[in-house]
Design a protein around this ligand. Sequence first.
Ligand code: COA
Length: 406
Amino acid sequence: MEIRSTTDEDFDVFVDTLHAAFGLVRETPGEDGGGVWWSAIERDRNLLALAPGGKPIGTAGAYSFELTLPGEAVVPVSGVTAVGVLPTHRRQGVLSALMRRQLADLRERGEILSVLLASEALIYRRFGYGPATYTTRMTVQRQRAAFAPRRPLGAADDTRPGSVELLRRAECGAVLEAVYDRYRLAQPGALTRPHRWWELGAGRPPVARTPRYVALHRDADGTPDGYASYAVDAGTLTVDEIVATDDAVFADLARYALGHDLVTRVVFEQVPRDHPLRHRLADFRAGDVSHDTDWLWVRLLDVPRALAARAWTTDGELVLDVDDPFLGERTAYLLTVRDGKADCTTTDRGPDLSLDVSDLGSLYLGGTTPSTLVRAGHIRAHHPAAARRADALFHTDRPPHCLSWF
Ligand SMILES: CC(C)(COP(=O)(O)OP(=O)(O)OC[C@H]1O[C@@H](n2cnc3c(N)ncnc32)[C@H](O)[C@@H]1OP(=O)(O)O)[C@@H](O)C(=O)NCCC(=O)NCCS
């Protein structure tokens, strides 16, 4: 088997191979390669696997994104995408070969982290990726959607004078892009979105062809500070995302959706776990949370640089014995945090925790606690205080969340 980078000439072959891997029929062969989603693909970052004889059998690609880390540091990352192997050639190591080549390429680019969304949760752990952000769906029946009165009595009302303007999503890319950028720079786990998507599809590739409306929220000065994107179908209003620069704006947009006439229920997609929206409802049980699932998976490519890149809220020291079986590496690192900054070096000291690099990916953004993975039997704590100390160290003020689909 051969793995090679693609050129512009084999872009069609790449797209056809990926479609076949997913069992999809390409609608417009030879045109722009499938519409908005393909319009931002970086053709020089695609890999093709070829069987002996030259038949294309597998694909993998990568976007160049920026990821916001705890502490609002922003780093370049690769967003792995377009992964597929023909049904005729599965379970013969094709993906493993593509992943090995891709990880080597990413390290050569000097990247410290790689991220992806997994079609199935069993695929990527073996390649060093761990689930790092989570998402839920919240469904609210409109007749139970009243907001709770503010408590304690006399507390300041956090709704501020503002306005909502109704737009069609496909027509307002530029204004949404600016709002999204403000949001994502403050939200750990958030990724940049390709400019091309804002121009063509207002930020997200059209996974559903239903036209969407946008409720654009402006502050008292008229500056856009949030939006909800939604569609109404058969009495259900589905909000595919709320992008808000703070919780009060989020609440205003949720109230807008819940106030929509001729709708019996509102489905909020992509809501972070433990989101305050549920507590805003007078009837807590009216916020029915389902589809709690992993979203962004993270892979550390350079452990010391990745750990030094994010901010930390607690001082302390931890020795991490990190196993990376796919790359055949096992190293003990001393992580020292002082005044919010980490230094990470290799060490001979005995470990506090032994863990797989995929587990470190899960801890990295603060979305999974070390003690959860100790209790799950993934991470080995070498003494009773180790998990507690690691929990304090990895804790972040704001839980990570990712709204991107790629
Ligand atoms: C997922 C996919 C790319 C895997 O490709 P592949 O070439 O069969 O993978 P490999 O042969 O390299 O598998 C490596 C290991 O992962 C396991 N594995 C791969 N895909 C798996 C899956 N979907 N579920 C469970 N295990 C899986 C294999 O069993 C193998 O395990 P082993 O080393 O213990 O034998 C392929 O099945 C596919 O194209 N699926 C449809 C499209 C898709 O879901 N793409 C991923 C998008 S995120």
